[in-house]
Structure formats: structure tokens, C-alpha cells
Write a protein that binds this ligand. Structure first.
Ligand SMILES: [Mn+2]
Length: 432
């Protein structure tokens, strides 16, 4: 870890003048929580142990169907992406793992592993990509225009299955333990596709992928209500995802992407239902206003994020072997992706910390007494608590920055990579 992108001296220079204020804020919060019977050190320890994986694709500038406006120093290829991921983890200390997308990130597994180890990183779930064509890649000669795992043509289905198995094999060599499958399969017009037959084809293909899983792996089925298909989607909601996980077996679970539901859907209740069925595999965190907007986690509706974590903390306390995967899945169109990912990971930790503060005995008593107002207040009291001193203390104790975005801005990292990396081209989307 000699070549870390941010010098530890720079982090210490950033922290030194801020330590005193943090100590005072942390002590004040500790005293306040103690009056509520909460041990701040225990909460800080849990927050420190909580991590969320960053998506390799998240460190590049995203775009819309209309245009993409790349920033300076866009990473080219997975090794530069890993450098950027290391910056996020060095300063924020919440994101030691990276989730790869194949074939975007395809490279020698040995080199991937060595590079990640140099940077103090590991790998979380692998992601397959059968929602676009991959011109020039010999392993993908056939088009996914009309679907992949549910395609009418068995040759396309076989190609998509082989790609997913390739993802498992790469992941197995770099220390990943899960494969996330999201497909873009669906139809744009009533009548275009037979609902039952396409779903049966999908299940058959997924059985072949499931059979290739190592014993200690999990397979995550990720649903999405619409897009790219606009009339019907093969894996469109959590009910279908649950059917899939139940049909495949114990290693199959459901992945909840917060942006993949209809507006106003009660996502925290879906979390509870899937966990109750033993099928809650993990999350793709992001935030949204209208659809799958892929905005920064907690930037639009932090209360909803808190309510999801309220369910997770409840499950953590009541379930034995409960270990959902936490991943970010976002598109950063107008911000520096490194800053957005540092902030998002912090907001996810914030929701977790706030959920840890819920007085669960009081909440249960209010629920049993049908005291709607006080039950609601039990949640709001936790949500209203400013837990930033806990988050900053967890970062500081792990070697990170008290104010990670400020530290990043003075580090000069973006300027350095902008000079070193060739400018990326922007361009339009599919519309003109
Ligand atoms: Mn997702």
C-alpha cells in the first residue's frame, strides 16, 4: 500500500485543526445520548464496522439519453477506476470493496487482485451485462436487442448464460462471493412477448447459471419496473424476484435497488417481506425523484433511507444469520463522481447510525398500545439526531478525513488525474 493516491500526511494535515471541535461535538452528543440510555461508543463501533461497496462504473461521469458531459480526469479502464475508488475509501473509510461490471471491467483476474490489494481494496458482487451489445468481443457475437436470458433464440440465451458463468469465474479468482443479475429483457408493445413463456425461458437460463455457483456464493436477482423496455419487463417487481429466488434455491436471493420501484412504493415494507421469506440478498442504494434517477443516496429523501435502515436494524437484532450486501448504484451526471460517492457512503452510514438510535422497546410498546403518534415520534426522535460526530469519529479512527470532501478538494487529486489522463469525449445519447 505504498502508492496510495492520497498521502496520509495530507489527511493528517486536514484533520489536525479539526480534531478539537470534533472531540467537543462527539462528547456533547455522547452526553445527550447517555441521557437516552444509549452508549455512543457502541454506536460508533457498529457504524465503523458498516461498509458499503462502490460500483466501478460510478467513478466515471454518467449521462442521460440526451448527452454525457465528462469531467476532467475520467478514469480509463478498471485500473484507473480502482485508483479513484481507493481515494473514496481513503478519505471516507466506509467503502473498502468495489463491485465490478463485466465486460466493462474485464481484465486479468491476477492483475485485478494485485492492484486492489495494493490499494487496500477488495471486491463485492460481480455484475453481468447482457443489456447491451458488446461489439468486438468474440464471446458476444449475437445481439441482445430483443432480450438475453429470456430471448426466443436459444443461442442468445446460451451466450448470456455463458457470460454470467464467465463473471462467476472471474469473481471467484478475485475474492467475490456473489453475482448480481439484472436483465433489460421485456417488451415495448402489447402482444410483442408472451409473458409466461419468456419468464419460463428466463428461469431455465438462470438455473444453468445457478448450477455454476461455487458453494459459498450467492446469486442476486435484481428487479426493475420498467426501462429499457416500456410495456413489460420480465423481472419487474419484488414479487417476481421472490418467485425467482424461491425457484432457484437457497443460494438465490433478491436485490433491492431503491430506484427500481413505482413512485411512492413502500420500499421499507418490501425489505421486511423479503427478509421474512429469507430472501433479502442486498441493496443498490441511490435516491430518486421520479423514476430510476440514480441520484446520490439520501440526497432527495433521507427519511426513506432511514426507514429502510430502521427495518435492517430491527432484522439485525432479531435474525441470526442476517448479512445483506450493501452496494451503491448511482449515475453522477453533474458532480465529481468521487465527491458524490464519498457523500453517498456517508449518507448511508448516517441512516444506519440514526436507525441504531431508535428506542426499540419504546417503539414496540407504542405499537402494542396503538399509539400512532408516539410510535411515529420514536422514529422521528432518532431521525432528528445529528449523528455527524459519530460518522466523523468513525472515519478519523480508521485513518480517514474528518471532512472528507473538503480534504479531497485540497488534495489536488482531480487536477493531477486531469493532467495525467487523456480527456474523454462527451457526445450525445441515442437522441438528436
Ligand atoms: Mn441497480
Amino acid at each position: 500500500m505504498s502508492d496510495m493516491p492520497i498521502h496520509t500526511d495530507a489527511i493528517e494535515r486536514h484533520n489536525a485543526p479539526r480534531r478539537g471541535d470534533l472531540e467537543a461535538d462527539y462528547d456533547a452528543l455522547g452526553a445527550k445520548l447517555a441521557r437516552r440510555g444509549v452508549d455512543i461508543a457502541a454506536v460508533t463501533a457498529k457504524v465503523s464496522a458498516f461498509t458499503v461497496a462502490v460500483p466501478s462504473w460510478g467513478v466515471g461521469t454518467g449521462g442521460t439519453r440526451f448527452a454525457r458531459f465528462p469531467g476532467g480526469g475520467e478514469p480509463k479502464g478498471i485500473f484507473q477506476k480502482l485508483d479513484d475508488c481507493a481515494v473514496i475509501n481513503q478519505l471516507g473509510r466506509a467503502t473498502p470493496n468495489v463491485s465490478l461490471h463485466i465486460p466493462w471491467d474485464k481484465a486479468s483476474p491476477d492483475e485485478l487482485k494485485a492492484k486492489a490489494e495494493d490499494l487496500g481494496l477488495g471486491f463485492d458482487a460481480m455484475n453481468s451485462n447482457t443489456f447491451q451489445d458488446h461489439p468486438g468481443r468474440v464471446e458476444h457475437p449475437l445481439s441482445y436487442k430483443f432480450g438475453s436470458l429470456s430471448h426466443t433464440d436459444p443461442a442468445v440465451r446460451a451466450q448470456a448464460v455463458a457470460h454470467n458463468i464467465d463473471c462467476i469465474e472471474i469473481g471467484d479468482r478475485i475474492g467475490s462471493k456473489a453475482l448480481t443479475v439484472w436483465i433489460g429483457d421485456g417488451s415495448n408493445f402489447p402482444g410483442q412477448s408472451h409473458f409466461a413463456r419468456s419468464f419460463d425461458r428466463y428461469l431455465d437460463a438462470m438455473r444453468d447459471i445457478y448450477a455454476a455457483l461455487p458453494a459459498d456464493w450467492r446469486l442476486f436477482s435484481e428487479h426493475k419496473m420498467y426501462e429499457p423496455a416500456f410495456y413489460s419487463t420480465v423481472v419487474q417487481d419484488w414479487g417476481t424476484s421472490l418467485l425467482i429466488a424461491q425457484a432457484l434455491g437457497d443460494k438465490a436471493q433478491c436485490l433491492v435497488d431503491l430506484g427500481h420501484h413505482a413512485p411512492n412504493v413502500n420500499i421499507e415494507m418490501i425489505v421486511s417481506r423479503l427478509a421474512g421469506a429469507g430472501k433479502l440478498g442486498g441493496f443498490h442504494f441511490n435516491d430518486s425523484r421520479y423514476g430510476d434517477d440514480d441520484l446520490d443516496a439520501g440526497s432527495i429523501d433521507p427519511f426513506r433511507l432511514f426507514l429502510v435502515f430502521n427495518e435492517l436494524v430491527d432484522l439485525e437484532l432479531t435474525s441470526g444469520d442476517f448479512r445483506p450486501a450493501h452496494m451503491i448504484d448511482q449515475s453522477h451526471n453533474v458532480t465529481d463522481p468521487i465527491e458524490s460517492l464519498i457523500r453517498s457512503a456517508n449518507e448511508i452510514r448516517r441512516a444506519y447510525a440514526q436507525a441504531l438510535l431508535v428506542d426499540r422497546n419504546a417503539l414496540t410498546a407504542h405499537q402494542e398500545a396503538n399509539d400512532a403518534l408516539m410510535a411515529s415520534e420514536a422514529l422521528k426522535e432518532a431521525f432528528r439526531t445529528d449523528v455527524e460526530p459519530i460518522l466523523a469519529r468513525a472515519r478519523l479512527d480508521a485513518g480517514g478525513a474528518i471532512d472528507p470532501i473538503a480534504a479531497y478538494r485540497v488534495s489536488g487529486y482531480r487536477t493531477k488525474v486531469t493532467a495525467a489522463r487523456p480527456a474523454a469525449s462527451g457526445g450525445g445519447g441515442g437522441l438528436t
